[in-house]
Design a protein around this ligand. Structure first.
Ligand SMILES: Nc1ncnc2c1ncn2[C@@H]1O[C@H](COP(=O)(O)OP(=O)(O)O)[C@@H](O)[C@H]1O
Ligand SMILES: O=c1ccn([C@@H]2O[C@H](COP(=O)(O)O)[C@@H](O)[C@H]2O)c(=O)[nH]1
Length: 216
């Protein structure tokens, strides 16, 4: 078989980043994209693939278990990863955490040499994780994650402290133990303390920059 010419473009690098809620996944994912030049990388967040809950009255939407894989439209997410990998643009849904519903307008995303896929459950599903060339798990202690989550949910997701506490006991904690934490064993690289781990981030940045320069 003939060797492919040196100038041939590689397929995009697909990087999966998992970890518990509040672990710093989005911070790491955004740092990776900022290490690249605009157009070299895109971010696909699992959070936007929550199933819309518009069929439920508003007060019932808060008690849905959003930490179980069934709460997500993973088939659509996988189809979007495949489309981007094949060089096709997608229209990603946009999820609103305050209403637990999708906004009318999605967001068009163009393919790029580096595709970062981030979310609590992205390594938990075998079909999704098999699409990643590199699998990362951001590992942060549960007390730190909980403190971050309380602050974020009160300040940015329109919740009360009582709602955050109830959701944490009823679904976030048990689902973390059942699905998120066990998915750590599928990671190629575990990053303690996410966004503040300069050594891990610098390794990651040089790897993604190299791949972006090669076309994927
Ligand atoms: N290493 C860190 N040190 C301090 N705060 C951090 C660190 N990493 C993330 N944060 C903060 O914690 C919160 C949750 O981080 P985020 O990256 O959104 O977590 P996740 O995407 O895993 O839920 C954010 O307010 C973020 O700014
Ligand atoms: O309507 C919803 C949908 C999801 N959640 C919670 O979000 C987190 C995942 O997001 P992170 O950014 O990784 O923290 C998950 O633990 C769900 O409980 C929600 O509260 N409401």
């Amino acid at each position: 078989m003939e060797a492919s010419p040196k100038s041939a473009k590689r397929p995009p690098l697909i990087l999966g980043i998992a970890g518990g809620s509040g672990s710093g996944k989005s911070t790491v994912a955004k740092a990776v994209l900022e290490a690249l030049t605009p157009g070299q990388g895109i971010l696909l967040q699992q959070d936007h693939y929550y199933r819309p809950q518009s069929h439920l009255p508003e007060r019932e939407r808060a008690s849905v278990n959003y930490d179980h894989p069934d709460a997500l439209e993973l088939d659509l997410m996988m189809a979007h990863v495949d489309a981007l990998r094949s060089g096709e643009p997608i229209v990603r849904p946009t999820y609103d955490f305050a209403t637990h519903d999708r906004l009318k307008e999605g967001l068009r995303l163009e393919p790029a040499p580096v595709i970062v896929v981030e979310g609590i459950l992205v390594l938990a599903d075998e079909r999704l994780r098999s699409r990643f060339e590199v699998k990362l798990y951001v590992d942060t202690d549960s007390d730190i994650r909980l403190m971050r989550r309380i602050r974020r949910d009160l300040e940015h997701r329109g919740r009360t402290f009582a709602q955050v506490r109830q959701q944490y006991y009823e679904s976030v904690r048990p689902m973390h133990m059942a699905f998120v934490e066990p998915s750590k064993r599928f990671a190629d690289i575990i990053i303690p303390e996410g966004g503040q781990n300069r050594v891990a981030l610098d390794f990651l940045f040089s790897f993604v920059r190299q791949r972006a320069a090669e076309g994927g």
